[in-house]
Design a protein around this ligand. Structure first.
Ligand SMILES: NC(=O)c1ccc[n+]([C@@H]2O[C@H](COP(=O)([O-])OP(=O)(O)OC[C@H]3O[C@@H](n4cnc5c(N)ncnc54)[C@H](OP(=O)(O)O)[C@@H]3O)[C@@H](O)[C@H]2O)c1
Length: 372
Protein backbone atom coordinates (compact mmCIF):
# COMPACT_ATOMS: atom_id res chain seq x y z
CA UNK A 1 0.00 0.00 0.00
CA UNK A 2 1.31 3.45 -0.94
CA UNK A 3 -0.08 6.07 1.43
CA UNK A 4 -0.49 9.80 0.99
CA UNK A 5 -0.58 11.16 4.54
CA UNK A 6 -2.54 14.39 5.01
CA UNK A 7 -1.29 16.06 8.20
CA UNK A 8 1.81 15.57 10.30
CA UNK A 9 0.62 16.62 13.75
CA UNK A 10 -0.10 14.47 16.81
CA UNK A 11 -1.70 11.57 14.92
CA UNK A 12 0.08 12.04 11.57
CA UNK A 13 3.55 11.66 13.10
CA UNK A 14 2.32 8.56 14.96
CA UNK A 15 1.04 7.03 11.70
CA UNK A 16 4.37 7.78 10.01
CA UNK A 17 6.33 6.15 12.85
CA UNK A 18 4.20 3.00 13.06
CA UNK A 19 4.07 2.41 9.30
CA UNK A 20 7.87 2.83 9.13
CA UNK A 21 8.20 -0.63 10.70
CA UNK A 22 5.71 -2.28 8.29
CA UNK A 23 7.17 -2.62 4.80
CA UNK A 24 3.78 -3.33 3.17
CA UNK A 25 2.45 0.07 4.35
CA UNK A 26 4.55 2.86 2.88
CA UNK A 27 3.91 6.53 3.47
CA UNK A 28 5.35 7.94 0.26
CA UNK A 29 4.08 11.54 0.46
CA UNK A 30 3.10 13.79 3.36
CA UNK A 31 0.99 16.96 3.18
CA UNK A 32 2.03 19.48 5.81
CA UNK A 33 2.09 23.28 6.19
CA UNK A 34 5.45 23.39 7.93
CA UNK A 35 8.75 22.93 6.13
CA UNK A 36 9.83 19.44 7.02
CA UNK A 37 12.23 16.82 5.73
CA UNK A 38 11.50 13.12 6.24
CA UNK A 39 13.83 10.23 5.45
CA UNK A 40 11.29 8.00 3.69
CA UNK A 41 8.63 10.32 2.27
CA UNK A 42 8.36 13.42 0.11
CA UNK A 43 6.83 16.36 1.96
CA UNK A 44 4.54 18.69 0.03
CA UNK A 45 2.43 21.78 0.76
CA UNK A 46 0.20 20.97 -2.23
CA UNK A 47 -2.55 18.32 -1.92
CA UNK A 48 -2.61 17.90 -5.72
CA UNK A 49 0.88 16.33 -5.55
CA UNK A 50 -0.82 13.51 -3.64
CA UNK A 51 -4.07 13.44 -5.63
CA UNK A 52 -2.24 13.28 -8.96
CA UNK A 53 0.28 10.66 -7.84
CA UNK A 54 -1.14 7.49 -9.38
CA UNK A 55 1.13 5.28 -7.30
CA UNK A 56 -0.71 6.41 -4.15
CA UNK A 57 -3.68 4.08 -3.58
CA UNK A 58 -4.70 5.23 -0.09
CA UNK A 59 -5.07 8.65 1.51
CA UNK A 60 -4.87 8.94 5.29
CA UNK A 61 -6.55 12.16 6.47
CA UNK A 62 -5.43 13.41 9.88
CA UNK A 63 -5.67 17.16 9.31
CA UNK A 64 -8.78 17.67 11.45
CA UNK A 65 -11.60 20.18 10.86
CA UNK A 66 -14.18 20.21 8.08
CA UNK A 67 -12.32 22.16 5.39
CA UNK A 68 -10.13 21.55 3.52
CA UNK A 69 -10.21 18.00 4.98
CA UNK A 70 -13.58 17.16 3.38
CA UNK A 71 -12.59 18.63 0.00
CA UNK A 72 -9.45 16.48 0.00
CA UNK A 73 -11.26 13.31 1.16
CA UNK A 74 -13.96 13.75 -1.47
CA UNK A 75 -11.42 14.39 -4.24
CA UNK A 76 -9.42 11.33 -3.18
CA UNK A 77 -12.53 9.08 -3.25
CA UNK A 78 -13.57 10.46 -6.66
CA UNK A 79 -10.04 9.75 -7.90
CA UNK A 80 -10.47 6.09 -6.83
CA UNK A 81 -8.23 6.22 -3.76
CA UNK A 82 -9.11 4.47 -0.50
CA UNK A 83 -9.45 6.77 2.50
CA UNK A 84 -8.71 6.29 6.19
CA UNK A 85 -9.47 9.11 8.62
CA UNK A 86 -9.55 9.83 12.36
CA UNK A 87 -11.73 12.90 11.82
CA UNK A 88 -15.04 12.42 13.70
CA UNK A 89 -16.31 15.92 12.83
CA UNK A 90 -15.87 15.24 9.12
CA UNK A 91 -17.48 11.78 9.24
CA UNK A 92 -20.51 12.96 11.20
CA UNK A 93 -21.02 16.23 9.36
CA UNK A 94 -20.76 14.76 5.84
CA UNK A 95 -22.14 11.25 6.57
CA UNK A 96 -25.06 11.54 4.12
CA UNK A 97 -22.75 12.49 1.27
CA UNK A 98 -19.69 10.52 2.30
CA UNK A 99 -21.05 7.00 2.76
CA UNK A 100 -23.16 6.90 -0.45
CA UNK A 101 -20.13 8.30 -2.33
CA UNK A 102 -17.92 5.54 -0.91
CA UNK A 103 -20.53 2.91 -1.82
CA UNK A 104 -20.86 4.20 -5.40
CA UNK A 105 -17.14 4.60 -6.01
CA UNK A 106 -16.15 1.16 -4.73
CA UNK A 107 -13.16 2.45 -2.74
CA UNK A 108 -12.56 1.38 0.86
CA UNK A 109 -13.22 3.84 3.66
CA UNK A 110 -12.45 3.36 7.38
CA UNK A 111 -12.55 5.69 10.39
CA UNK A 112 -11.96 3.54 13.48
CA UNK A 113 -9.88 6.14 15.35
CA UNK A 114 -12.69 8.69 14.98
CA UNK A 115 -14.54 7.12 17.94
CA UNK A 116 -12.59 6.00 20.98
CA UNK A 117 -9.12 6.79 19.51
CA UNK A 118 -7.08 3.77 20.59
CA UNK A 119 -9.95 1.48 21.60
CA UNK A 120 -11.11 -0.05 18.33
CA UNK A 121 -14.78 0.49 19.19
CA UNK A 122 -16.17 0.73 15.65
CA UNK A 123 -14.43 -2.47 14.56
CA UNK A 124 -16.04 -4.23 17.53
CA UNK A 125 -19.49 -2.91 16.55
CA UNK A 126 -18.88 -4.23 13.05
CA UNK A 127 -17.95 -7.63 14.44
CA UNK A 128 -20.91 -7.85 16.84
CA UNK A 129 -23.34 -7.03 14.03
CA UNK A 130 -22.27 -10.12 12.07
CA UNK A 131 -24.26 -12.36 14.44
CA UNK A 132 -26.03 -10.07 16.92
CA UNK A 133 -28.46 -7.14 17.06
CA UNK A 134 -27.43 -4.07 19.02
CA UNK A 135 -29.98 -2.22 21.14
CA UNK A 136 -27.81 0.36 22.96
CA UNK A 137 -24.43 2.06 22.44
CA UNK A 138 -22.60 4.86 24.17
CA UNK A 139 -20.65 5.85 27.25
CA UNK A 140 -17.66 7.95 28.20
CA UNK A 141 -16.13 9.01 24.88
CA UNK A 142 -14.25 12.19 25.72
CA UNK A 143 -11.03 11.98 27.72
CA UNK A 144 -10.87 15.73 28.38
CA UNK A 145 -14.26 15.80 30.09
CA UNK A 146 -13.43 12.66 32.04
CA UNK A 147 -10.11 14.09 33.19
CA UNK A 148 -11.81 17.28 34.44
CA UNK A 149 -14.72 15.47 36.12
CA UNK A 150 -12.43 12.85 37.68
CA UNK A 151 -10.20 15.55 39.20
CA UNK A 152 -13.21 17.46 40.47
CA UNK A 153 -14.54 14.27 42.09
CA UNK A 154 -11.34 12.82 43.54
CA UNK A 155 -9.50 16.06 44.45
CA UNK A 156 -12.39 18.43 45.10
CA UNK A 157 -11.09 20.90 42.47
CA UNK A 158 -13.34 23.53 40.99
CA UNK A 159 -14.07 23.38 37.25
CA UNK A 160 -11.72 26.22 36.25
CA UNK A 161 -8.77 24.73 38.16
CA UNK A 162 -9.35 21.23 36.77
CA UNK A 163 -9.65 22.63 33.23
CA UNK A 164 -6.41 24.63 33.59
CA UNK A 165 -4.61 21.50 34.81
CA UNK A 166 -5.96 19.52 31.84
CA UNK A 167 -4.70 22.25 29.48
CA UNK A 168 -1.24 22.29 31.10
CA UNK A 169 -0.97 18.51 30.72
CA UNK A 170 -2.10 18.60 27.07
CA UNK A 171 -5.42 16.84 27.78
CA UNK A 172 -7.43 19.94 26.78
CA UNK A 173 -7.06 22.48 23.96
CA UNK A 174 -6.56 26.20 24.61
CA UNK A 175 -10.15 26.51 23.32
CA UNK A 176 -11.79 23.54 25.08
CA UNK A 177 -15.30 24.09 23.74
CA UNK A 178 -15.39 21.09 21.35
CA UNK A 179 -14.75 18.86 24.38
CA UNK A 180 -16.45 20.53 27.36
CA UNK A 181 -19.56 21.73 25.50
CA UNK A 182 -20.14 18.27 24.05
CA UNK A 183 -19.71 18.42 20.23
CA UNK A 184 -16.92 15.82 20.31
CA UNK A 185 -19.06 13.31 22.26
CA UNK A 186 -22.04 14.24 20.05
CA UNK A 187 -20.11 13.43 16.84
CA UNK A 188 -18.98 10.11 18.31
CA UNK A 189 -22.44 9.17 19.61
CA UNK A 190 -24.09 9.81 16.25
CA UNK A 191 -21.41 7.92 14.28
CA UNK A 192 -21.74 4.98 16.71
CA UNK A 193 -25.54 4.96 16.42
CA UNK A 194 -25.41 5.16 12.62
CA UNK A 195 -23.12 2.17 12.46
CA UNK A 196 -24.77 0.16 15.27
CA UNK A 197 -28.31 0.59 13.94
CA UNK A 198 -27.59 0.96 10.17
CA UNK A 199 -29.24 4.38 10.02
CA UNK A 200 -28.31 8.01 9.51
CA UNK A 201 -29.61 9.95 12.51
CA UNK A 202 -31.06 13.39 11.94
CA UNK A 203 -28.34 15.36 13.76
CA UNK A 204 -30.69 18.21 14.65
CA UNK A 205 -32.76 15.79 16.75
CA UNK A 206 -29.85 14.73 18.99
CA UNK A 207 -29.58 17.18 21.91
CA UNK A 208 -26.26 17.93 23.59
CA UNK A 209 -25.14 19.77 26.69
CA UNK A 210 -21.76 19.94 28.33
CA UNK A 211 -19.95 20.35 31.63
CA UNK A 212 -18.87 24.02 31.40
CA UNK A 213 -21.24 25.13 34.19
CA UNK A 214 -20.50 22.38 36.72
CA UNK A 215 -19.08 23.56 40.04
CA UNK A 216 -17.44 22.04 43.12
CA UNK A 217 -20.73 22.39 45.08
CA UNK A 218 -22.48 20.17 42.54
CA UNK A 219 -19.79 17.52 42.75
CA UNK A 220 -19.81 17.60 46.59
CA UNK A 221 -23.59 17.04 46.54
CA UNK A 222 -23.24 14.11 44.10
CA UNK A 223 -20.50 12.53 46.23
CA UNK A 224 -22.66 12.87 49.36
CA UNK A 225 -25.45 11.02 47.58
CA UNK A 226 -23.23 8.25 46.17
CA UNK A 227 -23.03 9.46 42.57
CA UNK A 228 -20.19 10.36 40.19
CA UNK A 229 -20.81 12.81 37.35
CA UNK A 230 -19.65 11.64 33.91
CA UNK A 231 -20.09 13.07 30.39
CA UNK A 232 -22.08 10.40 28.55
CA UNK A 233 -23.43 9.92 25.04
CA UNK A 234 -26.32 7.48 24.66
CA UNK A 235 -28.13 5.99 21.67
CA UNK A 236 -30.79 3.38 22.25
CA UNK A 237 -33.26 1.54 20.07
CA UNK A 238 -36.68 1.42 21.72
CA UNK A 239 -40.24 0.58 20.84
CA UNK A 240 -40.78 3.99 19.22
CA UNK A 241 -37.48 4.33 17.40
CA UNK A 242 -34.06 5.56 18.41
CA UNK A 243 -33.32 7.88 21.31
CA UNK A 244 -29.99 9.68 21.29
CA UNK A 245 -28.60 12.43 23.53
CA UNK A 246 -25.37 13.67 25.09
CA UNK A 247 -25.29 15.06 28.63
CA UNK A 248 -23.59 15.04 32.04
CA UNK A 249 -24.94 11.98 33.82
CA UNK A 250 -24.87 10.86 37.47
CA UNK A 251 -23.64 7.29 37.72
CA UNK A 252 -24.07 5.41 41.03
CA UNK A 253 -20.79 4.53 42.78
CA UNK A 254 -19.93 0.91 42.14
CA UNK A 255 -20.88 0.93 38.45
CA UNK A 256 -17.93 0.57 36.05
CA UNK A 257 -18.51 4.00 34.47
CA UNK A 258 -18.23 5.68 37.89
CA UNK A 259 -14.69 4.32 38.30
CA UNK A 260 -13.24 5.48 34.95
CA UNK A 261 -10.15 7.51 35.89
CA UNK A 262 -8.11 10.28 34.28
CA UNK A 263 -8.58 10.74 30.53
CA UNK A 264 -9.74 7.18 29.84
CA UNK A 265 -12.86 6.19 27.88
CA UNK A 266 -15.38 3.44 28.61
CA UNK A 267 -17.74 2.75 25.72
CA UNK A 268 -20.50 0.20 26.08
CA UNK A 269 -22.95 -1.74 23.96
CA UNK A 270 -25.85 -4.08 24.55
CA UNK A 271 -26.22 -6.96 22.07
CA UNK A 272 -29.10 -9.43 21.79
CA UNK A 273 -26.87 -12.44 22.53
CA UNK A 274 -23.65 -10.86 23.77
CA UNK A 275 -25.48 -8.78 26.42
CA UNK A 276 -23.91 -5.67 27.94
CA UNK A 277 -20.20 -5.23 27.24
CA UNK A 278 -17.77 -2.33 27.64
CA UNK A 279 -14.47 -1.41 26.04
CA UNK A 280 -12.01 0.58 28.15
CA UNK A 281 -8.90 2.39 26.99
CA UNK A 282 -7.26 5.52 25.65
CA UNK A 283 -9.63 7.58 23.54
CA UNK A 284 -6.81 9.80 22.30
CA UNK A 285 -3.04 10.22 22.23
CA UNK A 286 -0.48 9.94 19.42
CA UNK A 287 0.27 6.23 19.35
CA UNK A 288 -3.04 4.77 20.61
CA UNK A 289 -4.87 6.77 17.91
CA UNK A 290 -2.30 6.14 15.18
CA UNK A 291 -2.46 2.43 16.07
CA UNK A 292 -6.10 2.30 14.95
CA UNK A 293 -5.46 4.43 11.87
CA UNK A 294 -2.78 1.95 10.82
CA UNK A 295 -5.05 -1.01 11.70
CA UNK A 296 -7.57 0.54 9.28
CA UNK A 297 -4.85 0.65 6.60
CA UNK A 298 -4.25 -3.08 7.14
CA UNK A 299 -7.99 -3.71 6.83
CA UNK A 300 -8.13 -1.69 3.61
CA UNK A 301 -5.16 -3.67 2.31
CA UNK A 302 -7.18 -6.81 3.06
CA UNK A 303 -10.20 -5.46 1.18
CA UNK A 304 -12.29 -4.51 4.24
CA UNK A 305 -14.47 -1.43 3.79
CA UNK A 306 -16.94 0.57 5.89
CA UNK A 307 -18.60 -0.92 8.99
CA UNK A 308 -22.23 -0.59 7.85
CA UNK A 309 -24.40 -0.01 4.83
CA UNK A 310 -25.68 3.49 4.39
CA UNK A 311 -28.91 3.47 6.37
CA UNK A 312 -32.22 5.21 6.08
CA UNK A 313 -32.15 8.77 7.53
CA UNK A 314 -34.20 8.81 10.76
CA UNK A 315 -34.92 11.27 13.54
CA UNK A 316 -33.92 10.37 17.05
CA UNK A 317 -37.22 10.80 18.89
CA UNK A 318 -35.87 11.06 22.44
CA UNK A 319 -38.87 9.24 23.73
CA UNK A 320 -37.15 8.92 27.09
CA UNK A 321 -37.92 10.59 30.43
CA UNK A 322 -35.20 11.03 33.06
CA UNK A 323 -34.80 12.80 36.40
CA UNK A 324 -32.34 15.70 36.32
CA UNK A 325 -30.26 17.55 38.85
CA UNK A 326 -30.62 21.25 38.00
CA UNK A 327 -28.78 24.23 39.52
CA UNK A 328 -28.35 27.82 38.50
CA UNK A 329 -31.77 28.86 37.16
CA UNK A 330 -35.45 28.41 37.85
CA UNK A 331 -38.84 29.23 36.39
CA UNK A 332 -42.42 28.04 36.59
CA UNK A 333 -41.78 24.98 34.39
CA UNK A 334 -38.92 23.80 36.61
CA UNK A 335 -40.80 24.54 39.83
CA UNK A 336 -43.69 22.46 38.49
CA UNK A 337 -41.36 19.52 37.91
CA UNK A 338 -39.28 19.53 41.12
CA UNK A 339 -39.36 16.34 43.13
CA UNK A 340 -36.85 17.26 45.87
CA UNK A 341 -34.11 19.67 46.91
CA UNK A 342 -30.52 18.62 46.31
CA UNK A 343 -28.14 21.07 48.07
CA UNK A 344 -27.99 24.25 45.98
CA UNK A 345 -29.94 22.53 43.22
CA UNK A 346 -33.08 20.47 42.74
CA UNK A 347 -33.95 17.04 41.44
CA UNK A 348 -36.76 16.90 38.89
CA UNK A 349 -39.42 14.28 38.41
CA UNK A 350 -38.82 12.29 35.21
CA UNK A 351 -39.05 14.76 32.30
CA UNK A 352 -38.56 14.18 28.57
CA UNK A 353 -34.90 14.51 27.55
CA UNK A 354 -35.79 16.81 24.65
CA UNK A 355 -37.88 19.01 26.96
CA UNK A 356 -35.07 19.33 29.52
CA UNK A 357 -32.56 20.28 26.82
CA UNK A 358 -34.99 22.82 25.33
CA UNK A 359 -35.36 24.36 28.82
CA UNK A 360 -31.55 24.55 29.19
CA UNK A 361 -31.29 26.49 25.93
CA UNK A 362 -33.42 29.20 27.58
CA UNK A 363 -31.20 29.10 30.71
CA UNK A 364 -27.64 28.79 29.39
CA UNK A 365 -26.01 29.51 32.79
CA UNK A 366 -27.67 26.53 34.48
CA UNK A 367 -26.04 23.15 35.00
CA UNK A 368 -27.98 19.93 34.46
CA UNK A 369 -27.06 16.28 34.96
CA UNK A 370 -29.31 13.30 34.28
CA UNK A 371 -29.63 10.64 36.96
CA UNK A 372 -28.79 7.25 35.52
N1 LIG B 1 -4.98 13.88 18.86
C1 LIG B 1 -5.66 12.77 19.18
O1 LIG B 1 -5.35 12.09 20.15
C2 LIG B 1 -6.82 12.32 18.32
C3 LIG B 1 -7.60 11.22 18.72
C4 LIG B 1 -8.64 10.78 17.89
C5 LIG B 1 -8.90 11.45 16.73
N2 LIG B 1 -8.16 12.54 16.39
C6 LIG B 1 -8.48 13.23 15.15
O2 LIG B 1 -7.35 13.19 14.29
C7 LIG B 1 -7.30 14.37 13.51
C8 LIG B 1 -5.92 15.03 13.66
O3 LIG B 1 -5.74 15.39 15.01
P1 LIG B 1 -4.30 15.83 15.56
O4 LIG B 1 -4.45 15.87 17.05
O5 LIG B 1 -3.23 15.01 14.96
O6 LIG B 1 -4.22 17.32 15.01
P2 LIG B 1 -2.94 18.27 14.96
O7 LIG B 1 -1.93 17.82 15.94
O8 LIG B 1 -3.44 19.65 15.03
O9 LIG B 1 -2.34 18.00 13.50
C9 LIG B 1 -2.94 18.44 12.32
C10 LIG B 1 -1.91 18.45 11.22
O10 LIG B 1 -2.55 18.81 10.01
C11 LIG B 1 -1.83 19.86 9.39
N3 LIG B 1 -2.78 20.71 8.68
C12 LIG B 1 -3.93 21.24 9.14
N4 LIG B 1 -4.55 21.92 8.17
C13 LIG B 1 -3.77 21.81 7.06
C14 LIG B 1 -3.87 22.28 5.74
N5 LIG B 1 -4.90 23.04 5.36
N6 LIG B 1 -2.90 21.96 4.86
C15 LIG B 1 -1.85 21.22 5.24
N7 LIG B 1 -1.69 20.73 6.50
C16 LIG B 1 -2.64 21.04 7.39
C17 LIG B 1 -1.15 20.60 10.52
O11 LIG B 1 -0.06 21.28 9.97
P3 LIG B 1 0.77 22.38 10.80
O12 LIG B 1 1.38 21.66 11.93
O13 LIG B 1 1.76 22.85 9.81
O14 LIG B 1 -0.24 23.41 11.21
C18 LIG B 1 -0.76 19.42 11.41
O15 LIG B 1 0.40 18.82 10.90
C19 LIG B 1 -8.48 15.24 13.97
O16 LIG B 1 -9.56 15.06 13.12
C20 LIG B 1 -8.79 14.70 15.35
O17 LIG B 1 -10.16 14.87 15.71
C21 LIG B 1 -7.13 12.98 17.15
Amino acid sequence: MNIGLLGFGTVGKGVYDITATHPDLQVTRVLCRRDLTLPDAQVTHDFYDILNDESIDTVVEVLGGLHPAWDYVKAAILAGKNVVTANKALVNHFYDELIPLVEQSGVKFRCTAAVGGGIGWLTELERVKRIDTLSKVGGIMNGTCNYILDNMTTKGLDYGVALKQAQELGYAEADPSADVDGPDTWNKTIISANIAFDVSLDKTSVPVCGIRNISAVDVAEFTKRGYVCKMIGTAEKGEHGISAYVQPTLVPNGEPAAAVPMNYNLISMVGSNSGPRSLFGQGAGRYPTAYNVVQDCVDVLNGVGFYASYGQPVAANNDVALSYYVRGASDAWLEGNVSESWGEGVLTKPVAVAEMHAWLKQHPDAFIAAVN
